[in-house]
Design a protein around this ligand. Structure first.
Ligand code: NAP
Length: 415
């Protein structure tokens, strides 16, 4: 067990444990949280009240989270001169399930993204982002309710692995010369170079998780989104490995699109259809035929773009949740960033963190609390008392603050 200098371990809680692929959650689990930078503290204050209210309503006094504040980002740097103390990473590993607000990342140079570091160090290899429509939210789409997908984005590899060199640096020049002389490929002088590693192991375990999710939730299809027509050995391999996973591990549960069309021997009405789409086509498909997609498994960068774009189709980043999940360790977080211009204004939408909490409670098996929060969100939005981002898209809506929206969600659980 780690020792903690900055954080303190709540004395009224117990550890979540993990053995043989199963999470064991006590009635009073210790859950570390990072408030986050910018708008993070405003959002966290509203969200934690919603979480506690849902647990209280769902389980009476029988279950209760012992929240453990841990430090990262600007607050941590100001107080402890450390952007990401090792003990924060240790706590997320030790206590298994945690939740965090957004952390700011300086662009170009300086420190490495704290979010990316956490995902890599804790090996949280799947970024899971469900995108669904809440009735009443303004949307640029004619029929936004048709979109109901879960994006499984590989989280540790691809160009996101951070293996890159500055243009003109000795390392970039050395690599360029190696590539030209040893491998026979041309590259312009003074090029910046980034490497895109994608392994069979990394791709397959992500796709495996996506299939398992589809099977568990009885979902109709898994689509492999890739750019394999151009990047054949990376993105193309991702697609091939995806089909292999289905054939090797889930032959009874899946069939290919081609088999289904031909009515072949393995095509069954109850099988999960597996298919692939090239990344650019995937974007237009989600706009034109959103109802045909369900689970989407994709490499890191594609998934980053697609999940934000899909969130915009159903009302924006203010209600876009996410979870970074590995084997027995998970960190839940909103899709959006710190939205710094709204910091400390009690204005921003806490919905993404609130819905990330829903994912967290589902992951813990606290489904009753998760369902109550979803009900609370649905009713809060129906009441048209919403934060600015939703209000500006909903005719007749009344704008409420971050904390006010939290109140609406809590009230919505009761109705
Ligand atoms: P952002 O913080 O996501 O904000 C961009 C815009 O999205 C906001 O100005 C706002 O739009 C809207 N938005 C974001 N969150 C919202 C919410 N909760 N409710 C309503 N609207 C919301 O993106 P950014 O400005 O590009 O990034 C700021 C910082 O966050 C950067 O340092 C970036 O690296 C970091 N970041 C962190 C994470 C993470 O921690 N996981 C993820 C992404 C970015 P309007 O202006 O239209 O109101």
């Amino acid at each position: 067990m780690a020792t903690y200098k900055f954080a303190s371990v709540p004395s009224n809680g117990e550890r979540i444990t993990y053995a043989n692929g199963v999470l064991n959650v006590p009635n009073n689990p210790i859950i570390p949280f990072v408030e986050g930078d910018g708008t993070g503290p405003d959002i966290w204050r509203a969200s934690v009240r919603v979480f506690d209210a849902a647990i209280e309503k769902a389980f009476g006094g029988e279950r209760k989270v012992a929240w453990m504040k841990v430090y990262a980002g600007e607050e941590s740097f100001t107080k402890y001169n450390d952007w990401l103390p090792q003990e924060t990473v240790d706590a997320m590993q030790e206590f298994r399930v945690s939740i965090k607000g957004p952390l700011s990342t300086p662009v170009g140079g300086g420190i490495r993204s704290l979010n990316v570091t956490l995902r890599q160090v804790l090996d949280l290899y799947a970024c899971i982002r469900p995108v669904r429509y809440f009735e009443g939210v303004g949307s640029p789409m004619k029929d936004p309710g048709k979109l109901n997908i879960v994006v499984f984005r590989e989280n540790t590899e691809d160009v996101y692995a951070g293996i890159e060199w500055k243009a003109g640096s000795p390392e970039a020049e050395k690599l360029r010369l190696f590539i030209e002389t040893e491998l026979g490929k041309k590259m312009r002088e003074q090029s910046a170079i980034g490497i895109k590693p994608m392994s069979e192991f990394g791709s397959k375990r992500l796709i495996d998780m996506a299939y398992r999710y589809a099977i568990k939730h009885c979902l109709p299809s898994v689509t492999l989104m890739h750019k394999g027509n151009i990047m054949k050995f990376t993105e193309g391999a991702f697609r091939d490995w995806g089909y292999e996973v289905a054939r090797e591990k889930f032959p009874e549960d899946t069939c290919t699109e081609a088999e289904l069309t031909k009515g072949g021997p393995t095509a069954r009405a109850d099988a999960i259809v597996m298919r692939d789409r090239i990344a650019d086509s995937m974007f237009q498909q989600l706009l034109l035929r959103p109802g045909e997609y369900s689970v989407i498994a994709t490499p890191n960068l594609n998934g980053d773009y697609l999940s934000d774009a899909a969130a915009a189709q159903v009302g924006g980043l203010g209600i876009a949740p996410g979870g970074n999940v590995g084997d027995g360790v998970a960190v839940f977080e909103a899709t959006h960033g710190t939205a710094p211009k709204y910091a400390n204004l009690n204005k921003i939408n806490p919905g993404s963190v609130i819905l990330s909490g829903v994912m967290m409670f589902e992951y813990m098996g606290w489904n009753e609390a998760a369902k109550l929060i979803v009900k609370g969100m649905e009713n809060a939005i129906k009441s048209k008392r919403v934060t600015y981002d939703l209000a500006r898209q909903m005719p007749g809506a009344t704008e409420v603050s971050t904390s006010g929206f939290g109140d609406q969600v809590i009230a919505g659980m009761k109705s």
